[in-house]
Each structure stands twice: as C-alpha cells, then as structure tokens.
Design a protein around this ligand. Structure first.
Ligand SMILES: [Zn+2]
Length: 160
C-alpha cells in the first residue's frame, strides 16, 4: 500500500480490525516516509460463493476472516507480521477459489462451490509447514483434534 500523500511505497499498519461480520478489514496505516495516517478497507474478491461443509455436517459461507483468525492463533507470539498472516490467508482463499477441488452446487442465487473444512485446514497446514514448524504443530493439533501425545509424535515424525 503506497502513501496517498507522498506515494512512498511502504506504510506501517497501526491497527486492523474486522468490520461487522463481513469479510472486510479496516486498517489504520501510517506512511513510513511522511507520517501521513490513513484508513483502508480491504475485501477479498472471490468468484461466486464458496460454501464450507463442516465436520458436523453444517454448511456456512466461506469467510476469509476465519482463516485469518486460525492463522493468528497458530502464529501467536511467533514473530510473524500481521501482513504476512493476511497474505497467507489470501493465498489460501485464492487456492480455494481457483482450485478444482470441491463439488459444484446450485442455489437460487446461482452457482456455488462446496469445499470441506478439512480441505481448507489442509491448505492452511501446508502453508504453515514451511513457514513455522511450531505453528504448524499447533494448528494441526487443533485441526486434526489431537487427543494424546502419540498424535503429536506421529506428526513430529513426518517433520523429521
Ligand atoms: Zn507519505
């Protein structure tokens, strides 16, 4: 994001928060060069609707903010910038959006694609695996519902 005032190509993020329940994130930014403060609203553009089929059988509309939140939890205190987390979440969303995975469905409003929460979890795990092994194990333990130390051991064996 470049500064609207001096066009310097970099700015710092002071604060970011989700906007209502929508997949819109509001950010306070500050130009690194001239100090100008401004606000941006970001929204990921996704082709058509993506519906997530959850483990319990319920379905819900895909929300980028959910992916971001799960990444934030996994990467808590892991020295990864919020911008990096956003980029990972967006990459996951784009993979879902452009990927061939998931069955196509139809609603009164038009087409939607169905992805499983397991598939989304797998994509998140793949991106964490390279980035930060600790976050990867954290995320996996939640996503795969680890019950005992042997579950961790099996996962750690795959990292060795
Ligand atoms: Zn500036």
């Amino acid at each position: 994001m470049s500064c609207p005032l001096c066009h310097y190509p970099k700015c710092a993020t002071l604060d970011s928060r989700g906007y209502h329940d929508a997949d819109v994130v509001r950010r306070r930014r500050e130009c690194i060069s001239c100090g100008y403060r401004f606000t941006t609203y970001e929204q990921v553009i996704i082709r058509g609707d993506i519906v997530v089929s959850k483990r319990d059988g319920n379905r819900e509309v895909f929300k980028l903010s959910k992916v971001e939140n799960s990444l934030r939890m996994a990467l808590a205190k892991r020295n990864v910038t919020p911008e990096r987390i956003e980029r990972i979440a967006q990459a996951v969303a784009e993979t879902i959006d452009f990927g061939a995975d998931g069955a196509a469905g139809k609603t009164a409003r038009g087409h939607y694609r169905l992805v499983t929460s397991a598939h989304i979890g797998q994509l998140v795990m793949e991106s964490l695996r390279e980035l930060d092994p600790v976050a990867y194990v954290r995320y996996a333990s939640i996503h795969r519902r680890f019950h005992c130390l042997a579950d961790y051991q099996r996962l750690l064996d795959t990292l060795a």
